[in-house]
Design a protein around this ligand. Structure first.
Ligand SMILES: [Zn+2]
Ligand SMILES: [Zn+2]
Length: 272
């Protein structure tokens, strides 16, 4: 599996490095920018954790949904043309993605985990990997339970994944590409870069992963035709190291007095 991950990473690198070099959004961003090694850890190690958690959620979802789902529903869905199934998955998955993503912004404990993704200060294709595994498992798992259990074909789900993954790299990338009118239909890099802005008018906006119409319906869209925000990141403190970020859910609460502080420091997690 590690070879498979490495191979995919090299292919992605071969596509995005030249594009980011030829069409840079920010011209002074370096390939080996700050935290590239952290994001490489996410790219190489996290897929193992995410894979296990994702399968667990889908199996659990199937055990709950399959016994109560009328067979007619799966028959009708399975009989649809492949393209119809792919479009339906994109819509269903992105509605799920929108609400789970919003939950991660609005519930304080979940925000602590999602802040890892928002700690990105230099956007590029590699930074797309910096997502806490629990965030990734819940967002991806919950948004895909319906496609996996309602009779959508394996091919349609596979095509969805190819679109989703490449689109995810593109929307984080440092490529200066304008979508024009397409930006109302498909999330553009500019649109998602604004989700990562550390600027007040952009906080909690542009949750949609692929379809801006969902943000427009729920009044959380911010459509700016500039080249992107001036400041990225978050003021929420996030540990520096991969291990520190992975162990975030187990981080002990901050002590209230100095005496306790000394004790707590002795057991603080790496990178914190
Ligand atoms: Zn977010
Ligand atoms: Zn992002």
């Amino acid at each position: 599996m590690i070879l498979d991950i490495l191979q995919k990473l090299l292919v992605t690198m071969a596509v995005f490095l030249p594009l980011e070099y030829l069409l840079p959004r920010l011209k002074d961003k370096k390939v080996f920018r700050a935290k590239w090694s952290l994001d490489s850890c996410y790219a190489l190690i996290s897929p193992f954790i995410i894979g296990v958690g994702f399968v667990f959620i889908i199996v659990l979802g199937s055990l709950i949904i399959n016994p109560i789902l009328p067979a007619r529903v799966t028959e009708v869905i399975a009989s649809q043309h492949l393209i119809v199934q792919v479009i339906a998955i994109i819509i269903i998955a992105d509605i799920g993605y929108y609400f789970v993503h919003r939950m991660f912004h609005e519930i304080p404990f979940l925000w602590k985990l999602h802040a890892v993704h928002h700690s990105i200060e230099e956007m590029d294709w590699l930074a797309a990997h910096r997502v806490h595994p629990i965030d990734q498992i819940l967002t991806r798992g919950l948004s895909l339970i319906i496609p996996y259990t309602f009779g959508f074909s394996t091919e349609s789900i596979a095509i969805f994944f190819v679109i989703f993954v490449w689109h995810s790299y593109l929307k984080h990338s440092n490529i200066n590409i304008r979508f024009g009118l397409l930006r109302w239909i498909l999330v553009s890099p500019t649109y998602h870069h604004w989700h990562h802005a550390n600027e007040e008018d952009a906080f909690d906006k542009n949750y949609a992963g692929q379809l801006p119409i969902i943000d427009i319906i729920f009044k959380t869209a911010i459509m700016k035709e500039t080249s992107g925000p001036a400041h990225y990141g978050t003021d929420t403190p996030v540990p520096e190291s991969y291990i520190g970020q992975i162990l975030l859910p187990f981080k002990l609460p901050k002590p209230k007095n100095k005496a306790a502080s000394l004790k707590m420091e002795d057991v603080s997690l790496p990178g914190q």
